[in-house]
Ligand binder design. Structure first.
Ligand SMILES: Cc1cc2nc3c(=O)[nH]c(=O)nc-3n(C[C@H](O)[C@H](O)[C@H](O)COP(=O)(O)OP(=O)(O)OC[C@H]3O[C@@H](n4cnc5c(N)ncnc54)[C@H](O)[C@@H]3O)c2cc1C
Length: 403
């Protein structure tokens, strides 16, 4: 077991955020002789290049994702929702657990087991594929097809412990379950590496600090929380030895005008391509997708399938009246794609990640930001401020175009 406790109630974490938080504890690794960082293309970091602003609510549950089985009339519902900011990062592993539970309920009657999946986001698609791989005949029922789900508004980083549980309210067994989900997901995503369309890649990330000399052209956007919301101690976990570790670059080797640069190679989901690939794979293996909205659990009993996996994400709050499900709002400003810039960075509490479908610019500096907020209205002022915080790292387009 390699989930490591960082303190009595926290375990150590991974991912880009983890790399940032773990900097102080990580001993410097000397650069190999002859190492020089690759030249990078500057990102055109200007509000005028925004192509869309997306907002969504992370489905956070203090006890972690819901994976129990509920009886609704004659139907058995296996829940698979509530993955906070880690839906893509825990998808395959969580869905394998849900699919095994569903298969165990199908019995031994003739013909392949028949199972329904509700929802077509990260958890719905991976549940449907896991079921198919276990030999089931599967229909997905969903209000929105994959391209229109909240999952499409994710950053696209492997962040398996992002807002996944409240350290004060999670069970002692959860870290082991989390490890199982994280390991299986990390391994299964890697089966898509190097395949057509690059749905999953590893990209360079730069973690930047020590920028006192750089101008500040914007103030951080205000932290939003719902009135009366209780503080949450978000649980943090790390899997030692699974993902590459960050290492420091000397100032002379950094492509950025800051004093401290760390670099790491991190898993990236090109979410538009990945969701399209999963949907195509599901359909090509005989899966069916039907557009359907369910207003109450009893509606599920009208389906021909009596075994159902519920992957409705934040939608489960209304559908199953889950009072434990807390929205955690997050906004991304998307800049026009720049295929020549194939990296990400973290600076002044902002995450930037270049993807084929746009460049993610997202304020990620405070865990409590967006807690309890279910307003999904895009905020242009927040987008402009977030871009302004990182813009001093890059030459301005106006200066470039004026020669
Ligand atoms: C800004 C932001 C950035 C993020 N970045 C990352 C990241 O980098 N990495 C990561 O791993 N995670 C990230 N996440 C978290 C991730 O997006 C979620 O955990 C994930 O999308 C949840 O997926 P889901 O399939 O459970 O839900 P959803 O994507 O919301 O899908 C729910 C499905 O259920 C359907 N549905 C809902 N209610 C009903 C109903 N009543 N009837 C019929 N159908 C219904 C919907 O139509 C949809 O098809 C991020 C989240 C935010 C907000």
């Amino acid at each position: 077991m390699s989930v490591v406790s960082r303190s009595s109630r926290r375990a150590v974490l991974t991912g880009l955020a983890g790399t940032v938080a773990g900097c102080a504890a990580t001993p410097p690794v000397p650069l190999a002789a002859g190492f020089a960082p690759r030249r990078i293309a500057p990102i055109l970091m200007e509000p005028e290049r925004i192509i869309r602003i997306t907002v969504c609510t992370r489905p956070f549950r203090p006890a972690g994702p819901r994976l129990d089985v509920e009886t609704v009339g004659e139907s058995k519902v296996v829940h698979n929702y509530g993955h906070g900011g880690s839906g893509w990062s825990l998808s395959w592993g969580s869905s394998a657990i849900a699919a095994r539970k569903a298969m165990a309920l199908t019995g031994v009657a003739g013909g392949p087991p028949v199972v329904a999946v509700i929802g077509s986001g990260a958890l719905g698609l991976t549940s449907a594929l896991q079921l198919q791989r276990m030999g089931a005949r599967v229909t997905i029922y969903a209000r929105e097809r994959a391209a229109f789900t909240r999952s499409m508004r994710a950053t696209g980083s492997w962040t398996p412990d992002s807002r996944i549980a409240d350290a004060d309210r999670v069970s002692a067994e959860f870290p082991a379950l989390w490890e199982q989900m994280a390991r299986e997901t990390y391994a299964t995503h890697q089966t898509y590496l190097g395949t057509e369309g690059d749905p999953v890649v590893f990209s360079d990330r730069y973690i930047l600090s020590g920028a006192a000399d750089l101008p500040r052209t914007a103030e951080p956007p205000p932290i939003r929380t719902a009135p009366g919301v209780k503080p949450i101690t978000f649980a943090e976990y790390r899997l030692d030895g699974l993902a590459p570790r960050s290492f420091p670059l000397p100032v002379s080797a950094s492509p950025f005008p800051v004093r401290e640069t760390r670099m790491v190679s991190a898993m990236q989901f090109n979410v538009a391509e990945l969701a399209h690939r999963l949907e195509t794979e599901f359909l090509s293996q005989g899966g069916r997708i039907e557009t359907r909205t369910f207003n109450a659990p009893a509606d599920l009993t009208t389906l021909p399938e009596k075994i159902v996996i519920n992957c409705t994400g934040y939608g489960a709050k209304a559908l199953f009246e889950d009072k434990d499900l807390i929205p955690v709002r997050g906004q991304i400003a998307w800049l026009a794609p720049q295929p020549e810039a194939n990296y990400g960075l973290h600076f002044r509490g902002v995450t930037v990640l270049s993807r084929p479908d746009g460049i993610v610019v997202q304020a990620t500096r405070n865990d409590m930001n967006g807690v309890g907020v279910d307003d999904e209205t895009p905020d242009r002022a927040e987008a402009n401020a977030t871009i302004g915080l990182v813009a001093p790292l890059f030459p301005s387009i106006r200066r470039l175009s004026s020669g």
